[in-house]
Design a protein around this ligand. Structure first.
Ligand code: PLP
Length: 394
């Protein structure tokens, strides 16, 4: 059976270049980068070079790059680390209702510890209003955390404007750029970003490795305590192969951004064009223009996203309903609800996220299957019959 992967926001495969770059560090060059002998020094050299190259991708200092286990750890560290280190200055944090759970659950934990969190609304396109953000800043505000691009419906946030506001009010600015890397140009200096999270498995690097960028002037508490790795800021044996693989993948992602975006946007436009023309009662969620080029999020009225997902899976097509982290639960997506979608519409939403290996033929094949699936599911749906007062929509 033909198998098609349209779930690149959940994870990507590891590119040949990243995999090949990593291989020697699993075997020949296996030393602990913190060991003083030649085995260790060899590994350390590779880690130093990877750190330099990653810093260069963002035009920042190598000393501002910290290796973590991925986006979740970087997000937790940024929020808890900054808020705990600056308790004497204030206890207020501002974020949005559409963040990833790595941010939202960290915020809930901080609230239990006595910190105050403001969760900003978004508009119907899923975009934060910088004016609302500015109005929420008080003299107790320490940190603002707004994602660069959303993982569910791809909305790109006005982070340059938000960065300017944070700088003007002397508030730290963190952005979760996990979905934006390789799709949205990020200029840390110009955007006044103080902390940034990224994760290699979203841009064709290995899983289980990420970065927290932290401006040198920002004081932060440790999150993972242990050895003196990462300049005594994050304990744990340095993962040389994954770090080397991440650096290779990031260089490719930054270099090929335009080409990859054009490829994804063409696939996305074809998919949406055909769906809107050929399938009734659909709604495209999120901004048409301020969105990740590889993201299409569509609600199919009167049916459950999970049923569509399972039927597509049986046809060999992988998509997501809501974010990968919430699938398994039947709650409607918190992101779509924050955009004002009714619960029933949010329940019927499917996320398609394209990648380098997808083709136009894949899209056409998927839409043909999707049409059959939607018709079949709607014909079985009491919701559809009640609403339409008829048996078939075709
Ligand atoms: N932040 C966003 C926006 C994400 O999409 C994800 C993963 O889906 C994460 C954070 C978590 O990253 P990781 O899987 O590396 O822990």
């Amino acid at each position: 059976m033909k198998r098609i992967y349209f779930d690149h926001a959940a994870t990507t495969y590891c590119s040949d270049r990243a995999r090949e770059a990593m291989l020697p560090y699993f075997s020949e060059v296996f030393g602990n980068a913190n060991s003083l002998h030649s085995f260790g020094r060899e590994a350390q050299k590779a880690v130093d070079s990877a750190r330099d190259r990653i810093a260069k991708c963002f035009g920042v200092k190598a000393s501002e790059i910290y290796f973590t286990s991925g986006g979740t750890e970087s997000d937790n560290w940024a929020l808890k680390g900054v808020m705990r280190a600056h308790r004497s200055r204030g206890n207020h944090l501002i974020t949005t209702k559409i963040e990833h759970h790595a941010i939202l659950h960290a915020c809930q934990q901080l609230e239990k510890d006595g910190f105050e969190v403001t969760y900003l609304d978004v508009n119907a396109d899923g975009i934060v209003d910088p004016k609302q953000l500015e109005a929420a800043i008080t003299d107790r505000t320490v940190l603002v955390s707004v994602m660069a691009a959303n993982n569910e419906m791809g909305a790109i946030q006005p982070i340059e404007e938000i960065g300017r506001i944070c700088r003007a009010h002397n508030v730290f600015f963190h952005t979760d750029a996990v979905q934006a890397i390789g799709a949205v140009p990020i200029d840390i200096e110009r955007m006044n970003i103080d902390l940034l999270s990224l994760s290699a498995h979203k841009f064709y690097g290995p899983k289980g490795i990420g970065v927290l960028y932290k401006r040198n002037s920002v004081r932060i508490d440790k999150l993972i305590i242990g050895g003196a790795q990462e300049r005594n800021m994050r304990g744990g044996t340095t993962d040389t192969p994954l770090i080397v693989g991440m650096a290779a993948a990031l260089e490719d992602a930054v270099r090929d951004m335009e080409k990859n975006n054009a490829h994804s946007a063409a696939l996305r436009d074809r998919l949406l064009g055909r769906i809107e023309k050929e399938i009734p009662f659909v709604r495209v969620n999120g901004s048409r223009t301020k969105r990740l080029p590889n993201n299409a999020n569509v609600s199919f009225e009167y049916i459950e996203g999970e049923s569509i997902l399972m039927s597509l899976d049986l046809a060999g097509i992988a998509v997501s309903s809501g974010s990968a982290c919430t699938s398994g639960s039947l709650d409607p997506s918190h992101v779509l609800l924050a955009m004002g979608l009714p619960e029933e519409t949010a329940h019927g939403s499917i996320r398609f996220t394209f990648g380098k290996c997808n083709t136009m033929e894949d899209v056409d094949y998927a839409v043909d299957k999707l049409k059959e699936i939607i018709e079949k599911l709607r014909n079985m749906s009491p919701l559809f019959h009640n609403q339409r007062g008829e048996l078939k929509y075709v």
